[in-house]
Ligand binder design. Sequence first.
Ligand code: PMP
Length: 302
Amino acid sequence: MFNASNPHLPGTDLKVWLDGKIVPMEEAKISVFDHGVLYGDGVFEGIRAYNGKVFQMEAHMRRLYQGAGAICLQIPIGKEAFEKAIYDTLEANNLNNAYIRAVVTRGAGYLGLHPGKTANPSVFIITAGLALYPLELYEKGMPIITASTIRNHPHAVSAQVKSLNYLNNIMAQIEATQAGVVEAVMLNHEGYVAECTGDNIFIVRKGELLTPPPSAGILEGVTRAVVMELAKRRGIAVHEKNMTRHDLYVADECFLTGTGAEIMPITHIDQRQIGCGKIGVMTRQLLEDFWACTKGQIDVQV
Ligand code: PMP
């Protein structure tokens, strides 16, 4: 979600939380021997704050600590201290509405994969003003493609671990950019739809909501969980189901969910028009509910 219109680019007075201290961005540096840099050994979260409140903090913290636990990485501070550090960083940057990047690396050590070669894990938190999709895109929707890069095998590193190695997704993102679109849907090793490079995917078929199951090798997005709950509250049936690319092509509606994108309507996939070619009725209802959620008008905790 970062782009050139981001107000917090280098040269501004952005402040970063790094290992217990809030420092100017120029001083926020980690070692070239950090295993996060050398091996992508670490985990991260992408979070949003709306009107000064961190959205779904608990769910993001749960995923961060569970992901770290799964790779035997001990986060050096507890959840409460982490949450406070996030709020402190927002305050130091005078931000009420922001994108928050929380990162935990294995820490600096020496060459060699073994985590025992590192000493102290590093934690840093970057908060940034938001480079949002233009509002009209939520009305008009956007096109995506299917990438030829498949999603990582779910029996390799679990997609639930938001690890510092995102090359799988970056490969698909390059395909999207080369095709002139901003997102690409990735299939899994069995040819079923998995997810996009930084978003989950949903379709609407005969009034019901379908999305791939975790076993398809997807990250169980926080936004995905919120949307599933909002749909249920509206009495919409939600199914986690394996889908083929054909299922996407013939869907009545399609949308993506993610912390940055929120709910983004999809109008074309591989140049096939989806539904009416603009935001669908159910997508609009869910988007309105989601925005009400971010304003605290609907209470959902996932
Ligand atoms: N899938 C992937 C691969 C992602 O990186 C993200 C963004 N974190 C998502 C889905 C959406 O997850 P969330 O709603 O938690 O942002």
